[in-house]
Design a protein around this ligand. Sequence first.
Ligand code: ATP
Ligand code: MG
Length: 258
Amino acid sequence: MALLEVRDLTKTFRAGRRAPVRTAVDDVSFDLEAGRTLALVGESGAGKSTIGRLVLRLVEPDAGSVRMGGEDLLALSPQALRAFRTRAQMVFQDPFSALDPRTTIGTSVAEPLIVHGIGDRAERRDRVVDLLERVGIGSHLLGRFPAQLSGGQLQRVSIARALTTDPELIVCDEAVSALDVSIQAQVLELLADLQAERGLAYLFITHDLAVVEAFAHDVVVLRAGAVVERGPVGELFANPAEDYTRELLDAVPYLPAL
Ligand SMILES: Nc1ncnc2c1ncn2[C@@H]1O[C@H](COP(=O)(O)OP(=O)(O)OP(=O)(O)O)[C@@H](O)[C@H]1O
Ligand SMILES: [Mg+2]
């Protein structure tokens, strides 16, 4: 059984009461195994972020199901949903807006532990120090505010915060897209190391196929909310069946591993 089983997921939006219904996610199914990285790719508006939010139950689908560890997320009681929130976390593109500018780095990283009532003050502090060190942020930065750190450092802080509850799944929505290429490579290496250490699964949302090539195991190609094709990254990129995928690949200036 896969860690995450997404089946026939559909989500429509209406911009206003009289506006037409638009299908953002159209009958999407995929599996994600523990310890693996599945990339969701596709042009802007393809439905990638909406799928990420549906998987975390931040929005409700019109139809379809999401199972994690065999448990139907849509059937969870409010209490079970709270527990689920510790098992799956999200890392966003822009750490400046993901972190409260008036809250210190240390408190931001501790926040999920406080919210879920995990540990006492001293235990939480130890955990935060360990995690920040693990992501390459010295504990001397604990009392700093987001404006005092670089984008790369803040993304490491966001990763540490996502790890506090020891999740099995992290949804990364364009998590390295805003970073300089050299910093991007370092953060991807950190994510890969953390995956190897903890058996983490990543649902890796990106428009950057070079990053997918370097980082993901499997890929789902989306267009207008629907799956165009899917497969192991190496095979699919070497031999895309669909013109749409070929066009996405042609738009990449340089694929490092090809
Ligand atoms: N809350 C919302 N209300 C109305 N429409 C929405 C909402 N969220 C998403 N959409 C629409 O759903 C479609 C898919 O959007 P989504 O943000 O999932 O795409 P994406 O693949 O993440 O795009 P990008 O690469 O630009 O981030 C778009 O047409 C978008 O306008
Ligand atoms: Mg998006």
